[in-house]
Ligand binder design. Structure first.
Ligand code: 13P
Ligand code: SF4
Length: 324
């Protein structure tokens, strides 16, 4: 066994029942698997905890286990580690990054903050621990509106790194927060033209989107919300067909929870060299094989400097408090 290129490399017997083996390892090692809605269906099905970024952070506070395996992307593993410095936090592949988190380097944000000293810093959870350490309060797409509304109307705010979520919150609140110029490459690719063509072909369908989508998609949508909010909206809606503008993994949970409703993944703009799907290639680096090897060898592990973790925890705790 070696850990090369960010994940465990070892032979797996092709006849092995991976689901049974993973369940066995979970019991033996007192381990818990947490998965984001953008994971593949087989990973969502084997997870003990499944949720959007806010639910994963909230549930990570009270996990009773020695090992937590986070099936998602790196910033989610880091958030779980910040909240569980006494536990082993594993991720199946250290390369599972996030284009949004990558768009905001701590040194650049620090410079921006220094240029705007009288501003409160609100950061999306899709950021590194270093960025969180520079932040006053963290938000997710589930609670950004509530958290921003908790500040006085004249409070000057830096919001980063997602310019689309930031401009959505600005529009909803009438504020003029200073926005970091970052975006998610998956959510920026949805094609308004193709979404409207789908709506024309399915007149009763509702368009539902994640707030990381660009403004024209948000404006064309019947509902805007985090992955968890999209699921609860479907539960409350009388529509039977939904055009879904977010990462495709969520469709697994939608189909499981609402087998009588129809879900159409919103198509992205097709560019040469890019897939015609709306998968986040970082989320999809995780596989059942990697989960099995990660649990077996307890690698790769997320490690964090305790001082950095303590600084990053403050704005996460502030968020959790404001989300109660
Ligand atoms: P959620 O807050 O809905 O979990 O979104 C996380 C994410 O990475 C969206 O791209
Ligand atoms: Fe990051 Fe976008 Fe992937 Fe979410 S879908 S993890 S924001 S790259």
């Amino acid at each position: 066994m070696t850990v090369e290129n960010g994940y465990v490399q070892a032979e797996i017997d092709p006849n092995l029942n991976l689901v049974a083996e993973i369940n066995k390892l979970k019991k033996e090692k007192n381990a818990v698997i947490m998965a984001h809605y953008y994971q593949t269906g087989d990973i969502q099905d084997i997870a003990d905890v499944i949720g959007d970024s806010l639910a994963l952070a909230q549930k990570a506070v009270n996990i009773d286990a020695d090992i937590i395996l986070l099936a998602g992307v790196h910033f989610m593993g880091e958030t779980v580690k910040v909240l569980n410095m006494d536990k082993k936090v594993l991720v199946p592949d250290l390369n599972a990054g996030c284009s949004l988190a990558d768009s905001c380097k701590a040194a650049d944000l620090k410079k921006f903050i220094d240029e705007h000293p009288d501003h409160t810093v609100v950061s999306y959870v899709n950021t590194t621990a270093e960025v969180k350490a520079l932040t006053d309060v963290v938000v997710t797409s589930s609670n950004a509106l509530k958290v921003v509304n908790s500040f006085p109307a004249d409070q000057k705010i830096i919001f980063g790194p997602d310019r689309n979520l930031g401009s959505y919150i600005n529009a909803q609140t009438g504020r003029n927060m200073l926005l970091w110029n970052g975006a998610c490459h998956v959510h920026e690719r949805f094609s308004l033209e193709q979404i409207l063509a789908l709506k024309k072909a399915n007149p009763g369908a509702e368009i539902i989107c994640h707030p990381e989508c660009k403004r024209p998609i948000v404006l064309a949508s019947d509902f805007v919300g985090s992955t968890a909010a999209l699921l609860s909206h479907i539960n409350n809606s009388s529509a039977d067909t939904f055009i879904v503008a977010t990462e495709e993994g969520i469709l697994h949970q939608m189909k499981l929870s609402f087998p009588d409703k129809n879900f159409i993944p919103a198509p992205p703009e097709t560019e040469t060299g890019m897939c015609g799907c709306n998968n986040c290639e970082y989320m999809k680096l995780n596989t059942l094989q990697k989960l099995y090897l990660t649990l077996k060898y307890e690698l790769p592990e997320i490690t964090l400097d305790p001082d950095l973790a303590a600084k990053a925890r403050k704005p996460i705790d502030a968020m959790l408090e404001l989300s109660k």
